[in-house]
Design a protein around this ligand. Structure first.
Ligand code: SAM
Length: 212
């Protein structure tokens, strides 16, 4: 997601250290202390403008959510949403998913969400796809036993690639939908991209996989 540069972003971010956590590696192994409870921690990698994570947090107050977003210009928009709704069970991090194992202790995370991840269609960029095997290994390290990844996309190529990548990694495919919005899934929270693409008539693919 490329957005115009926002010169005010850093200032705004610095006003809300309780929501957008600075130096998150210092919280490694201590995220539950920060939330002040023992509830499970679910992370969304590539959280974008934050509609999904804030929606999920409202729907599930007994789960702690952490949104991981690489771009400061984008995470600041998620932060604005969070400031408006004041949810105690959401934190945001402006970091690269490559750093996940520096930020979370082994087994500290209950579930990983990937929503409309950048498809990186060129073969030479395959390692950047968030469902590439090296990312699957990072998620495995920080996930608890039998942890799950829930993945949604409108991109058929990325979906097919990801199913193969999950399967080659030895993950268990628990649920697959080739048309989420015409399925019987209840309580789906739409992301910004999901709204945009489904309005254009594009199908949404979804899969839930589990580490064995
Ligand atoms: N999930 C949102 C949605 O569905 O509306 C945003 C989708 S957007 C296509 C992908 C987002 O992932 C972008 O905001 C991008 O900055 C972020 N992203 C891409 N690679 C990332 C990485 N390695 N670590 C963290 N965020 C990443």
């Amino acid at each position: 997601m490329r957005l115009r540069n926002k010169p005010w972003a850093s200032d705004f971010i610095s006003q809300y250290p309780q929501y957008l956590i600075q130096a998150p590696e210092n919280q490694k192994g201590k995220w539950n202390e920060l939330f002040g409870n023992d509830n499970p921690i679910h992370i969304e990698v590539g959280t974008g403008k934050g509609q999904f994570i804030t929606g999920m947090a409202k729907q599930n107050p007994n789960i702690n959510y952490i949104g991981i977003e690489l771009s400061e210009n984008v995470v600041v928009l998620a932060l604005q949403k969070l400031v408006d709704v004041e949810l105690p069970n959401v934190k945001l991090l402006n970091v690269n998913a490559n750093d996940l194992t520096n930020i979370f202790e082994k087994g500290e995370v209950g579930q990983v969400y990937l929503n409309f991840s950048d498809p990186w269609p060129k073969k030479r960029h395959i390692k950047r796809r968030l469902t590439y095997k090296t990312f699957l290994a990072l998620y495995e390290t920080i996930l608890a036993d039998k942890g799950e990844i829930h993945f949604k996309t409108d991109n058929q190529g990325l979906f097919e690639y990801s199913l193969m990548s999950f399967s080659e990694y030895g993950l268990l495919l628990k649920y697959v939908s080739l048309d989420l919005h015409n399925s019987n899934m209840e309580g789906n929270i739409m992301t910004e991209y999901e709204e945009k693409f489904s309005k254009k008539g594009q199908r949404i693919y979804r899969v839930e996989v589990q580490y064995k």
